[in-house]
Write a protein that binds this ligand. Sequence first.
Ligand SMILES: NC(=O)c1ccc[n+]([C@@H]2O[C@H](COP(=O)([O-])OP(=O)(O)OC[C@H]3O[C@@H](n4cnc5c(N)ncnc54)[C@H](O)[C@@H]3O)[C@@H](O)[C@H]2O)c1
Length: 298
Amino acid sequence: MLKIDLAGKRALVAGVADDAGFGFAIAKSLAEAGAGVSVGTWPPALNIFMNLMERGKMDESRMLSSGQLLEFEKVYPLDAAYDTLADAPEDIRTNKRYKETGDFSIEGMTRRIEADFGRDSLDIVIHSLANGPEVKKPLLETSRSGYLTAVSVSAYSLISMVSRLAPLMRKGGSFLSLTYLASERVIPGYGGGMSSAKAALESDTRTLAFEAGRKYGIRVNTISAGPLASRAASAIGFIEEMVDFYKANSPLPEQLAASEVGNVAAFLSSPLASGITGTTVYVDKGYHTMGRTVPPET
Ligand SMILES: NC(=O)c1ccc[n+]([C@@H]2O[C@H](COP(=O)([O-])OP(=O)(O)OC[C@H]3O[C@@H](n4cnc5c(N)ncnc54)[C@H](O)[C@@H]3O)[C@@H](O)[C@H]2O)c1
């Protein structure tokens, strides 16, 4: 039987703070395939996330097919807006949600992973995070600072993670991020430069695949996912409408499950996908192929 076998592999999923988003579903699929999984969690969400887990509120979603609970090897504080601790402004470093966490920068997380597991210890990195402070504003009304923050947190962070984490990775390692169709089609309401950030993320996926492929022998891909009512998407404000719209107008008229993205992520992160790099893979029930809404009688 051909199966996705990640036994003996170690994964980091950056962007998990509850059990509702793509990051959690991907972590679960990677664990189902046998990988050891650590997560990177945004400091403002870290305490709530740890409480949810400790109080058993996520036990149902953490249940694996083996009957065991998904256990994270490590939970690292991570604010992907900062490459080093020195880049974080004073008010962030002294903020009550940050100051007890230690070095929450991308560099800090890298050093912790190296201290915990050593070099040549990492096989899979998932980038499942995004943030655009002005996402509700049309691009025409977006400030320069809001735009640059969206691109910095949601796209540059991938470059920073590849450059810092790739040296810890074993040959054949895989990076994977999450993107959205707004990079190439107009999605009114998905503003603040988030569409620009996703376009940058997809373009960078190709260039990083070339550069990191040659330098480290690792792969870089991105999944363009259909809509999911995650915490981040719900905050934008029209996610239920998008879920219904996709359901009505996709080749497969069904709601996308986060686990479907999780399973493709496990495949792309596995040696079975050793020939795939620099690619945007659509996991959206085929919606991206459509050129008009589906007439009612169809
Ligand atoms: N939900 C959708 O409809 C949808 C569709 C396509 C792509 N995506 C993408 O999927 C990825 C995961 O998002 P999701 O929708 O599953 O929501 P989510 O809320 O589960 O994940 C987003 C995560 O990013 C974290 N985050 C925000 N700012 C951060 C920062 N500065 N540093 C570190 N972490 C930070 C949040 O704490 C959260 O855990 C994102 O890249 C998103 O753009 C989502």
